[in-house]
Design a protein around this ligand. Structure first.
Ligand code: DX5
Ligand code: ZN
Length: 218
C-alpha cells in the first residue's frame, strides 16, 4: 500500500483546531484523533463535542484512537460526531470480536492497537477481523515521547502475518514519528504514519509533512 500520513491532533493548538487542520488538509491523508479518558491513560485530551465541532471544517478521514476503558459504549456517538474509524486497545478488549461487530453495526471501520509491553500474539487471532492494526511506538497518553525501537519488530511481524494471509488491513505506527523513525517503520512494513509533534509543533507544518513524505516514499 502507498504510504499515508495522518497528523495527530493531540499536538495541535486546541483553541485553533480548524485552522491547524486547514494548513495541512490538502497534503495529508487523514487525521488521527486521540481520545483519552484519564483512566486507561493518565491524561485527558478531548471528546465528542470537539470532534463534532471540527467535522464541518474538513473532509479528511477521522481515524479515532480511543485510549479509554469503555469506548464501545460511545461508538454510536463517535459515528454521529463524524468519526470514520475507531481503534481500540486489546488491553481493554481481550476478545475484540463483538467490539468489531458493534463498530461496524454503527458504520465505523475498526482497528486494534496494543501498548508497547503487549506482544503481537495478543492481537494475532483477530488480525483478519480488523481494518487497521496500530502499533504503539510510545506508551500512550502523551505526545512528544521518544520512539521505542523494539516496535519495529512488531511492525515486521504484523506485516508478515498480513501478507502471508493476504489481508487488506492497514499497518499504522504512532508515537515518536519523525522523518528518521518513519523511514525505519516504512522499511519494517508500516503503511500509515501518525505524527503529532513532528507536524503541529514544527515551525512549518507543510514542510514537515513534505519531509515525512519523502522519508517514506518507496
Ligand atoms: C500518544 C498518542 C499519539 C500522539 C503522538 O498517546 O496516541 O497519537 O499524538 O504524538 P507524537 O507524534 O508527538 O509522538
Ligand atoms: Zn494515537
Amino acid at each position: 500500500m502507498p504510504a499515508r500520513i495522518y497528523p495527530s491532533l493531540l499536538a495541535a493548538d486546541f483553541a485553533r483546531l480548524a485552522d491547524s487542520v486547514a494548513v495541512v488538509e490538502d497534503i495529508v491523508d487523514g487525521l488521527h484523533v486521540d481520545v483519552m479518558d484519564g483512566h486507561f491513560v493518565p491524561n485527558i485530551s478531548f471528546g465528542l463535542s470537539v470532534i463534532e465541532d471540527l467535522r464541518p471544517h474538513t473532509e479528511l478521514f477521522f481515524d479515532t484512537h480511543l485510549m479509554m476503558n469503555n469506548p464501545d459504549f460511545y461508538f454510536e456517538q463517535f459515528k454521529e460526531a463524524g468519526c470514520d474509524m475507531v481503534t481500540v486497545h486489546i488491553e481493554v478488549y481481550p476478545d475484540p470480536v463483538p467490539t468489531a461487530e458493534k463498530a461496524r453495526k454503527h458504520g465505523l471501520k475498526f482497528g486494534l492497537t496494543l501498548n508497547p509491553p503487549t506482544p503481537v500474539a495478543a492481537i494475532e487471532p483477530f488480525i483478519e477481523t480488523v481494518d487497521n492494526l496500530l502499533i504503539m511506538s510510545v506508551y500512550p497518553g502523551f505526545g512528544g515521547q521518544d520512539f521505542i525501537p523494539e516496535s519495529l519488530h512488531k511492525v515486521e511481524r504484523v506485516r508478515e502475518i498480513v501478507d502471508s494471509e493476504g489481508l487488506a488491513a492497514d499497518i499504522q505506527i504512532d508515537g515518536g514519528i519523525t522523518p528518521h523513525t518513519a523511514g525505519l517503520a516504512r522499511k519494517a512494513g508500516a503503511d500509515v504514519f501518525v505524527a503529532g509533534t513532528a507536524i503541529f509543533q514544527a515551525q512549518d507544518p507543510v514542510e514537515a509533512v513534505a519531509e515525512l513524505r519523502s522519508a517514506v516514499e518507496d
